[in-house]
Design a protein around this ligand. Sequence first.
Ligand code: MRU
Length: 342
Amino acid sequence: MDSVKYEKGKLLLLDQTKLPVQVVFLEYVDYLSVADAIRSMKVRGAPAIGVAAAYGVVLAAHQYKKLERIVFSNKMEEALNKLRETRPTAVNLFWALERMAKVLEANDLEVSEIVNRLEKEAILIQEEDLAMNIKMGFLGQKLLSPGVNILTHCNAGALATAGYGTALGVIRAAAKEGKVNMVYVDETRPLLQGSRLTAFELMEEGIPVTLITDNMAAFFMQQGKIDCVIVGADRITANGDVANKIGTYGVAVLANYHNIPFYVAAPSSTFDLSLQTGKDIPIEERNPDEIRKIGEVWIAPKKVNVLNPAFDVTPHQLITAIITDKGIIESDYKLNIKGMFF
Ligand code: MRU
């Protein structure tokens, strides 16, 4: 299922806030609305927001292409900044915008040629992400034994990427090999990416899925029902620390206690080697009403004090291996990540 589609000057985003009840594509022709879609999580998941932002830049270029050259450049700089400000944690957003910014640096070209090149770059970012996911699936499924029972957290599937998925890509590839007995899916409070999106995606694929609430993972691990955990990532630092959806760290601690392998699947675009450790990763704090309400229903006192970090950081010591498109990375992470990327 494609969550981001581009058709001749129009961007179509599958509204993930409406899933699984409605499957609705929204049409975008101006970049500010794309920025808003990223902020409000109509499109979400680290690679998907990178792809959507890249197309946001293309839309901005179409909006401003008739302006005088200098005004065009200023407006494009403004567009890049507005898109950068949408969500702070997933590095794929900044990675994709950096690639688009590089295209804009070609000052000697006609604006029409720049617009063509921006379009090509965004399409390439999308195609490369899909290819990386398929590669990770192929490599990652080799780590899994036949009959495996997997736990996953949040949604790191086709919806969160250009297609196929990172963690769910590995699960998809393993299921194709007939290896998957059951995928346990944490519902993933507060925005329920597990129950709304991952359960939906796996059911569409015919992969066996059991939905559990976040506080049940320990119980099922203790019962021996889970053989491994596979999650995605929003940012991985030079030492192998991983930012992912809030609750991931807790699952990693539980897996460690129960001696269960904990795998992270992430494409090269999720690595931020400019940061040494996870302590440096900016963690997005979201609207408190996401905790106080489910949909339109209040489930807490309207004015209760709330903390709502959208991500946490899992230290590399708790990670058995990181599955990437370039290969599988194990400890010593600092050394092996450096070896893989330089
Ligand atoms: O807040 P979200 O839904 O954008 O968070 C998404 C996650 O944390 C995913 O696990 C991560 O982006 C990996 S997606 C391939």
